[in-house]
Design a protein around this ligand. Structure first.
Ligand code: MN
Length: 491
């Protein structure tokens, strides 16, 4: 535990003021006292968990309040510390972050029997909508990362549930935020619980291939560097990208389970200074080693829809072994990491096209801020501007509420229980008499909030009231009420 604290402080690298250091120490003590008697299912002292979460957050330069929120993230839920106490002992922002996380954690993912892409997307959006601040999502991801590492200690039913949520909801969220490292870690931790047979099979098929390929490419690197230097190109870096296990599994499915058809288990990545050097490097590589026909891609001249740029080629290298080589500038390399977020959004929304038409859902337009954010994170993370950028109204105009069964319904902001009822079914709308929100009776013109569970009580044969027209939010609802009222006149 002492060690964890030390590492957190080390990560902050002397960037804290005296006041902030005092606050951090206070958070350590506060969490320690709150969790003092508690143990994790794994048998270790509870405090280790929030400290590990805080350690992950401390690597991201999100400021002191995010780290303190990480340290305190479980005291409200697990130690019954009121949020007001956190506000008075620490500050408004820490209280806001811890409170936000507590809210987000209340959402129960029911898991999908069928592959319902739109439903999963809605669930992710609901988390974003409720979070209101990117730091809350990041704490959530760091929390889950640590929980996944000790998942073995939990009940098998809980294991499957948590792992499924991790794989289907949280890992994609991490990718969306450009946190590829956490995303792939989460996927690989969840993989054996969600698909145990497939996991074993993938490991068996993979064998030692990744290690071998890495060793092999390791030997190619100095050779490549020398050849480039002979041609007056000084590569900034030659590195590797290893495909993580879950990604190997996905690719295997596309390649008819033939591991020999996956050429990028380990790819060589050459970073150079300019676009001209990218093409020159490609020419030199192709002179050294014959390209595999049909596998060259020029994403510099023709970037991917998300803006991703790089040259990809696959060659028969020394001893005829097949190797994927990616060539790009440093700038492209950095942007590729952010671009993954954009790419994810692009591909997922393409898949839900039909859903969009059906429900009038439109993808968020302002995701460019994620790129902006990463840029800022590097340059001036302490400034006001950066912290404000983290407070984002992800879905200004949409809310996401749940049916008692856990289905997510997305509605415009300001929607009422009556709008909700008509989205479920016209009959439910027409026959609505009362509404319960999180189990409590509310008026029919109540303004619903993201994350609320809404239940409509109906009475057979009841007709809608014309007074509803005055408060319902959606035109669609209004029209259905009017239709029903007209019908009434005919009777
Ligand atoms: Mn936790």
């Amino acid at each position: 535990m002492k060690n964890l604290k030390k590492k957190i402080i080390e990560n902050l690298n002397g960037s804290l003021s005296e006041e902030e250091t005092a606050l951090l120490e206070k958070a350590f003590d506060f969490a320690e006292q709150s969790h003092s008697e508690q143990k994790r299912q794994s048998g270790e002292p509870y405090i280790n968990h929030p400290l590990r979460v805080a350690l992950t957050i401390s690597q991201m330069k999100l400021g002191i309040n995010a780290i303190i929120a990480g340290i305190l993230h479980d005291v409200v839920e697990d130690c019954n510390v009121p949020i007001s106490k956190i506000r008075t002992e620490f500050n408004e922002e820490v209280a806001f972050l811890v409170n936000g996380l507590t809210k987000v954690n209340k959402i129960q993912y029911k898991g999908q029997k069928e592959d319902n892409i739109a439903e999963k997307e809605n669930y992710r959006n609901m988390i974003l909508a409720m979070a209101k601040d990117l730091r809350i999502i990041i704490i959530k991801l760091a929390d889950r990362l640590d929980n996944m590492k000790t998942l073995w200690s939990l009940d098998p039913k809980v294991q499957t549930k948590k792992a499924l949520e991790t794989l289907e909801i949280l890992a994609p969220l991490a990718y969306r935020l450009g946190m590829t490292d956490i995303g792939s870690q989460l996927e690989d931790l969840a993989f054996p619980y969600v698909f145990p047979e497939e996991y074993k099979l993938t490991r068996k098929i993979l064998g030692k291939r990744r290690e071998e390929q890495k060793e092999y490419i390791n030997k190619l690197a100095p050779l490549t560097r020398r050849k480039l230097q002979e041609n007056n190109i000084e590569p900034k870096e030659i590195k590797f990208r290893t495909k993580h296990l879950y990604s190997v599994w996905r690719k295997l499915q596309k390649e008819e389970m033939d591991i020999r058809r996956i050429y990028d288990l380990v790819a060589m990545r050459i970073i150079v200074t300019s676009v001209e050097e990218c093409y020159a490097t490609l020419g030199i590589i192709h002179q050294m080693w014959k390209p595999v026909p049909g596998r060259f891609k020029d994403y510099i001249a023709l970037p991917k829809p998300n803006g991703y740029q790089s040259l990809h080629t696959t060659v028969f290298a020394e001893n005829g072994r097949i190797v994927e080589i990616q060539i790009r500038t440093s700038q492209m390399d950095e942007e590729a990491e952010w671009g993954i977020a954009a790419h994810w959004i692009y591909s997922s929304f393409k898949k839900t096209d039909s859903y969009k038409k059906k429900k009038g859902f439109s993808p968020p337009k302002n995701f460019y801020w994620i790129n902006q954010l990463r840029q800022w994170q590097k340059t001036f993370y302490k400034s006001e501007e950066f912290l404000n950028a983290l407070k984002v109204d992800f879905f200004k105009n949409r809310i996401f509420v749940l049916t008692p069964k856990g289905d997510i319904i997305d509605l415009p902001d300001g929607a009422t229980p009556i709008d909700f009822a008509y989205q479920i079914h016209t009959d439910i709308g027409n026959q609505a008499t009362r509404a319960l929100v999180n189990g409590k009776l509310v008026s029919l013109d109540y303004k619903l909030q993201s994350g609320e569970v809404v239940e409509i009580i109906t009475k057979k044969g009841k007709r809608p009231s014309s007074s509803w027209l005055e408060f319902v939010k959606m035109n669609e609802t209004r029209k259905r009420i009017q239709d029903a009222l007209k019908g009434k006149n005919f009777i």
